[in-house]
Every structure is written in C-alpha cells, then in structure tokens.
Ligand binder design. Structure first.
Ligand code: ATP
Ligand code: MG
Length: 443
C-alpha cells in the first residue's frame, strides 16, 4: 500500500470521487514523492521536504470526500482534522500541537496492528494456553510422572476442542484489562493529560490487576487478545517504530482551513484567536519537534493537505507565512449537471445504491429509470444555480424530497416494485425549482 503509483492512487479515488482530476493527481504525486524520498541516500533524503497542498473548492464538491477515501486506503498514519476546532495556546480548547499527538496515537495503533498480525500465531497460542489452563484443574506440585502425562493428554484434547470452537460456550473467569490509559484523545491540554496519566499510572501500579469477571470462552478470547499482545510485544520497540512511521510518512489533512482565515473585509469581527491558531500552525508545518507520549516527534517530513471552501475569505487572507507553506494549490471544479448525474450513479456506494439498499430492507424494490436520474441531476444543478451552490449535497436534498412518501410507507409495500420515472421527478420538484424562493426553503 505504501508504494502505490500515482496512477493506482488516482484509480482508487476514481471509484468514489467523480471528476476533480487535478486534485487527485496532485495528491497522488505528493504521496508518491514520500515513497521516492525513502529510496534516496540519506544525505539527500533530509533535504527533500514535502510540498504541502492547499485544495480550494466551493462547498460540497468532494474535498472532504477525497480525504475520507484516502484515509481508508492509506497504511501510513493519517488523520483528518478540522482547523476550526483548534485554539491558540492559552485559550480554552485544543492546542494545535495536539494534532501531532493524535497522529502519533494513530501511528501506534497501526504499528501495533501490524505487529499483532505478524505475531498472530504466538498470540493465538498464548490465548489458547491461558484459557485451557483456566478450564483444567491445575496439576498439583510434585505430581507423579503418570499424572503429568495424563495432564498433557487432556491438555491436548482440550486444545483440539478449543480449535474447533467446541469450548466457546463454557464460562471462565478472566481479569478484565484496566480501563485504557489513553489520554491522547481526551482533549485535555498536554500538561493536564500528563498529570492525569501519572495519576492513573500510580493507581495502576497499586492495583495492577483488573477485576475478575465471568465470561464465555468466546468473549475471553477477545479480552485476552489485548493482554497477549501487551505481554508478547515490546512496548518500547513499538513506540520507536510508531515514531519513525509518523516522521517519515505521516499525513495531516487540515480541513476547513478557511475557517481560521480572517477575511480582510470584515474588520468588525477580527478574531485574534484565529490568527493565533495560524501562528501556532507555522512551526508545525515548517518542521519542529513536538513532545508526545511516544517521545519527541519531528514534523519536518509530515505532509499537510489543507482544504477549504474560501467563501468568505480568500487564501490570501491567511497570514503570509502560512500561505507560503502551502506551495501547491489545486482548485476543485464546481459540479456541472453531467458530473452530478455521474455522482448519482457511478461511485461504489452512490446515493442511488444506498437508497436501493435501504428499501431492500423493507423488501421493496426501488427502480430508478435512467431518465429520472437525468432529471434529478438537471433539477439539482438548476437549484444550485438559483439558490446557493451547495454542490453534490443538493442531490441529497432532492432525492430525499422525491422519496419522502415512499420512505414513509415502504413497509406497506412489501414485495412490490416502485419505479421512479422522469414524470414523477418533474411532478414532485419541477414547481419547487421553478420558483427561486421555494427552492431556497424546500431544497
Ligand atoms: N466529486 C464528487 N464525487 C462523488 N461524490 C461527491 C463529489 N463531491 C461531493 N460528493 C458528495 O457530496 C457530499 C459532500 O461532499 P464533501 O463532504 O466532500 O464536501 P466538501 O467539498 O468537503 O464541502 P465543505 O467545504 O462544505 O466541507 C459527500 O456525501 C460526497 O460523497
Ligand atoms: Mg468538507
């Protein structure tokens, strides 16, 4: 996954996001460049810094969708965050550096998962032994040779049963793991999180074992998996791997970056905190060292992809230093009628497929005639022109409107087919869209 070619990345995204080829290509190249860099000799490697990307496009054209799909695809630490949720150090809220700590947490999870996979056999064996030991009466100390042989024989028999799942329903007692010591995501300022962590460490030290609880073997397998991985994997080594993964491959998707820009024409509501956030962002984007639970993390080679609609502000309303740190600009196109039609039908889980699946649950077969979808696209595009352009989100409102009645009464039509024709679409929506005011209110 880490060495997908730009073409492969684009074709993956193509399954979900229609059009926006420039944005897809730029991102694909940026991702490939990480891989290319890693193949270079160390002297050059350090100097090749990532080119951060700024995606600009009006609302509902697929910015967040691209990020969401990337996140699913990537096996590198990747987080998507909203720039608007950060506040400057000293203000109440999340400080900007916490994004690196979040990324580190994601990385640790990734590393742990891949190590768990590598050690799957060992972990299985650990769990199996642990559970069988609980089921068999223990071998007393100083048991005779014969007893030992018997014990091993019954152990082997239990193993065979265990592997077939025959023991799954039995009840055993296991120690529940202590509630997680993970405060990365708690939203506390770092100092507080540290304090809280030390406290729980002390408490954990006093009371190392969790409570015992009676569960079925099946559940015990799941509960013990965590214990097994903690027991078998070396924490320090995991942390090191996780740090390396973040520093070399980490990607942060900074969504809604326009929300921290201060529009130049709105002197009345200058927001000092927004500029503060931008200023706090500078060192992180530029490359600095952030203290995390895993250790110090250097942000030099983390790739930032920022996105924003920039309706009320412009990229030039960001402080100049920050603008300069996003050298690659891509604009996303607004969606035409043709593209809207393709968005309805082509993506893997397109809106049409979603509705069909939902109605299928009620055993109602929903059939969209092609012409009806053309009409939906046409009306959506018209509505976008007349009222605000909200991009593909308009399709959602339009479809809801069309399916309003049948959604409500679907359960009364079990086994039937419901065919949506162009006439139906026109009848339900033609009037609404014709009039600008009703469009504004209804769609
Ligand atoms: N080009 C596209 N291809 C497929 N689906 C799209 C496309 N553009 C938008 N959508 C759909 O429209 C909805 C909104 O898109 P998205 O969340 O990406 O908007 P956005 O560009 O991030 O807007 P905003 O600036 O308001 O955050 C999503 O459900 C997404 O699936
Ligand atoms: Mg968005």
């Amino acid at each position: 996954m880490e060495n997908l070619t730009p073409k492969e990345i684009v074709s993956y995204l193509d399954q979900y996001v229609i059009g926006q080829d420039d944005a897809k290509r730029t991102i694909a190249v940026a991702l490939r460049n990480r891989y290319r860099r890693m193949q270079l000799p160390p002297e050059i490697q350090d100097d090749v810094i990532p080119k951060n990307i700024l995606m600009i496009g009006s609302t509902g054209v697929g910015k967040t969708e691209i990020a969401r799909r990337l996140a699913n695809m990537m096996s590198v630490p990747f987080i998507k965050i909203e720039a608007s949720k950060y506040t400057e150090v000293g203000f109440v809220g999340r400080d900007v550096e916490s994004m690196i700590r979040d990324l580190a947490a994601v990385s640790l999870k990734l590393v742990r998962e891949s190590e768990n996979e590598k050690n799957a056999e060992k972990i299985e064996a650990y769990i199996e032994n642990k559970i069988i030991e609980k089921l068999l009466p223990p071998l007393p100390a100083g048991a005779s040779e014969q007893k030992k042989i018997d014990y091993e024989a019954s152990f082997a028999r239990m193993q065979a049963k265990f592997e077939k799942g025959d023991l799954d329903h039995l009840k055993i007692k296991v120690e529940m793991p202590l509630p997680g010591l993970d405060f990365e995501g708690s939203g506390l300022p770092p100092q507080m999180a540290n304090v809280q962590e030390s406290i729980s460490k002390v408490l954990g030290g006093l009371n190392k074992k969790g409570k015992e609880k009676e569960v079925t073997v099946k559940e015990a397998k799941r509960i013990l998996a965590e214990e097994a991985s903690a027991e078998l994997l070396d924490d320090e080594q995991l942390k090191e791997l996780a740090i390396e993964k973040v520093e070399k491959g980490g990607i942060i998707f900074l969504d809604e970056i326009d929300k921290i820009a201060v529009a130049s024409n709105s002197q009345s509501r200058q927001d000092p905190s927004k500029e503060g956030v931008q200023r706090d962002l500078l060192p992180i984007v530029e490359g600095s060292t952030v203290h995390t639970k895993l250790g110090m993390i250097n942000t030099d080679h983390i790739l930032f992809i920022a996105a924003g609609a920039f309706h009320l502000s412009k990229p030039s309303d960001l402080i100049p230093e920050l603008q300069g740190r996003f050298p690659l600009r891509v604009e996303l196109d607004s969606l035409t009628e043709e593209v809207l039609y393709r968005i309805l039908t082509e993506p893997k889980n397109s809106l049409v497929k979603q509705y069909e699946a939902l109605m299928q649950v009620e055993e109602l077969k929903l059939v969209f005639e092609e012409e009806s979808l053309k009409e939906v696209a046409h009306l959506s595009s018209l509505a976008n022109e007349k009222a605000e352009d909200i991009g593909a989100r308009r399709l959602h409102t339009v479809m809801e409107k069309i399916l309003e009645e049948i959604s409500f009464s679907a359960d009364e039509h079990k086994g039937e087919s419901y065919i949506i024709t162009r006439e139906m679409v026109k009848e339900k929506l033609g009037k609404v869209v014709e009039d600008e005011d009703t469009t504004r209110y209804i769609l």
